[in-house]
Design a protein around this ligand. Structure first.
Ligand code: K7E
Ligand code: CUA
Length: 620
């Protein structure tokens, strides 16, 4: 202790996080990779990074989007207006739930920049689907799942004409709109089904975070909005900049949406309009069917989080010092009694604020997001004050605060979004690192800080345990799940599984049946990989041939991964034990191209290589 200048508290923290070799973590965190467009898997309490999962961005180590047809197809699902988008701005991962509990089967993620949602299967930690709609042009209130994962919620942020049409910004009030999309998830198919999904048109406020109701409030969704002023910016056109134009009102609108009823309305003929291939409940229909209500909310709010019992909804107002606690039963009574204090310019009924809240709790500067534990406490991030505030949900009383370093955004507690959170651990996701780590130039990592909620060894108070730099994009939010809820596969079994379809590939190659076949202008190479060779290891084609390599790993040993790299073709495959991959390309350049295994799989790994020979056109 003396030699390293450690305090007693430091040693307690070390004891609570040190994880000897071979010992496994108690929880997994699934953190968004922010601009990296990937998902980051971290163990808690060790805070060791366990995996990156390529989602919106091609990822070479996993061979994700580098030649393999399956992953290329997944990425193609995320084309927007016909363009390949090879990055993402991931914010909010959401674990699949059964009865409001994380079930460890899937995780959904969003891309704020190019409104898209992805499905990741937790059997093999691979992205299976990316889906997009040209209805909206950006989003933020995504992804949030309903308690049985019937729907994945995706809400627009910056209004635009629905369906990708053009309208000048002077027509903002009339032509620009927001929308909340309810993507239908079919668990058996492991896919979001677009035809069974629907959207609700919303006024052109900037809808922000969302959450789904649970237990008492199951069937409902909640969403914040900013910029109810409908400012458009235009600071070179004589208008105030957006930041001041959008912060004039003391109150914005908390959106209350009856999604269960909306799902019924969406199924009724004539009640929806098709826009950009999406079933849309128009704003007028949403109002006349009683699907949408507003309640004033203070001021430029950000986070919205439903309590574990589903009774209350906590809203953090960035420019307010309070968290506001709305009560679902009160809201419902107001809706039933049609007790409206006004209507917004689009005719959406506004419920009276004072009658809808249970109260407010004064927390400090810049409250954003809230998580919950198993003992009736809530934890709210204070961005400006750069602290976490612990407070009593029932009594609306501040208990204590702990500093974070620095500028905390989201925070995640163990099982924190479920109907039965675990408490125990909290991770603060901080935007600034400043002086925490050795300097690495002007761009610094983000800082995850592990906080002990039990306070054992710290007099019952929250204790900061560990700092973890994360230098790969801004990971806005995360989910923390008990490790034993996940049952990932060790290998693909039987040999020949295509990870994208999770089915035995029709192109699987059996050992001993390797061959090269020409069918018209396409050369099919039926190839296997096993320590330490590819069969065949020489492939001859003619310039201009279409080539399809059907590559099966015959391995069934845990962790016996091979790679397959082909020089000059931007092809790099990761081949997990038992995996089958199809690789299609055109051999348009004559030459000699080495191919080799990119994982050090065995003593003769360097010898796991071969040649791809492309004979020039016209050569006799
Ligand atoms: Cu950064 Cu949830 Cu997108 Cu708050 S969001 S921090
Ligand atoms: Cu197979 Cu290296």
């Amino acid at each position: 202790m003396k030699e390293r200048s450690l305090s007693e508290a430091d040693v307690v923290a070390a004891l609570k996080t040190y994880t000897p070799t071979g010992r496994k973590d108690e929880y997994y965190i699934f953190a968004s990779g922010g601009h990296g467009g990937n998902l980051i898997v971290v163990g808690v309490p060790s805070m060791r990074i366990l995996k990156y999962i390529g989602v919106f961005t091609p990822e070479p180590w996993q061979g994700y989007g580098y030649g393999d047809d399956g992953t290329r197809e997944v990425l193609a699902g995320g084309r927007v207006h016909g363009r390949d988008i090879t990055w993402g701005d991931m914010h909010h991962p959401a674990l699949s739930e059964t009865n409001g509990q994380y079930d460890g089967e899937f995780i959904f993620v969003n891309d704020k920049a190019n409104p898209r949602v992805a499905v990741v299967n937790l059997k093999d930690f691979e992205t299976e689907q990316i889906i997009t709609s040209n209805l909206i042009e950006s989003e933020h209130g995504a992804t949030f799942v309903t308690p049985n994962t019937d729907y994945v919620i995706e809400t627009s942020q910056y209004p635009a004409p629905l369906g990708g049409e053009y309208a000048d910004i002077k027509e903002y009030n009339d032509k620009y709109r927001g929308a909340m999309i309810f993507w239908r998830f079919d668990r058996a198919k492991r896919r979001i089904v677009k035809d069974e999904s629907f959207a609700i048109e919303l006024p052109p406020y900037m809808q922000d975070l969302a959450d789904a109701g649970k237990l008492t409030s199951d069937g409902w969704a909640f969403c914040n909005s900013i910029n109810t002023e409908r400012a458009t910016g235009g600071n070179l056109e004589g208008q105030p900049p957006l930041e001041s134009g959008s912060t004039q009102n003391d109150m914005d609108y908390f959106h209350v949406i009856n999604w269960k009823k909306a799902a019924e309305v969406a199924k009724t003929a004539g009640k929806t309009k098709m826009i950009a291939g999406m079933k849309v409940i128009t704003l007028d229909t949403a109002i006349s069917e009683g699907l949408l209500h507003f309640i004033p909310e203070p001021k430029s709010p950000h986070g919205v989080d439903v309590t574990p019992d589903g009774e209350d909804i906590v809203v953090g107002g960035k420019l307010d010092t309070h968290a506001t606690v709305y009560n679902f039963k009160k809201i419902q009574a107001l809706i039933e009694a049609k007790k409206y204090e006004a209507k917004d310019p689009y005719g959406v009924p506004i419920l009276p604020y004072q009658d809808a809240i249970r109260g407010q709790v004064e927390l400090g500067l810049g409250p954003l997001h809230t998580q919950f534990d198993d003992k009736g406490f809530a934890y709210t991030s204070l961005f400006i004050e750069t602290k976490v505030a612990k407070w009593n949900v029932k009594e609306l009383k501040l208990v204590e605060k702990i500093s974070t370093h620095y500028n905390i955004g989201h925070l995640v507690a163990a099982e924190g979004d479920t109907v039965s959170p675990d408490g125990k651990y909290l991770v603060a996701m901080n935007k600034w690192a400043l002086d925490r780590f050795a300097p690495v130039g002007p761009l610094l990592p983000q800082n995850f800080q592990l906080i002990d909620l039990d306070g054992s060894g710290n007099g019952g108070k929250m204790q900061l345990l560990y700092d973890m730099p994360l230098p790969l994009g801004e990971p806005h939010n995360a989910q923390m799940i008990k490790a034993d809820k996940l049952k990932p596969w060790d290998i693909y079994k039987p040999v020949g599984m295509d990870p994208t379809t999770k089915e035995h590939s029709p192109n699987t190659v059996e050992g001993g049946k390797e061959r090269i076949e020409r069918k018209g202008d396409t050369v099919h190479v039926y190839m296997t990989a096993i320590r330490s060779h590819f069969t065949p290891d020489i492939i001859r084609v003619k310039q201009g041939d279409k080539v399809q390599i059907h590559l099966t790993s015959l391995e069934q040993a845990h962790d016996a991964t091979h790679g397959f790299a082909l020089d000059s073709h931007n092809i790099n495959i990761s081949l997990e034990p038992g995996e089958h991959s199809d690789i299609s390309f055109v051999a348009d350049k004559a030459g000699v191209f080495p191919m080799y295994c990119t994982e050090f799989c065995s003593a003769l790994h360097l010898e796991m290589a071969g040649y791809f020979l492309v004979e020039p056109k016209g050569k006799k």
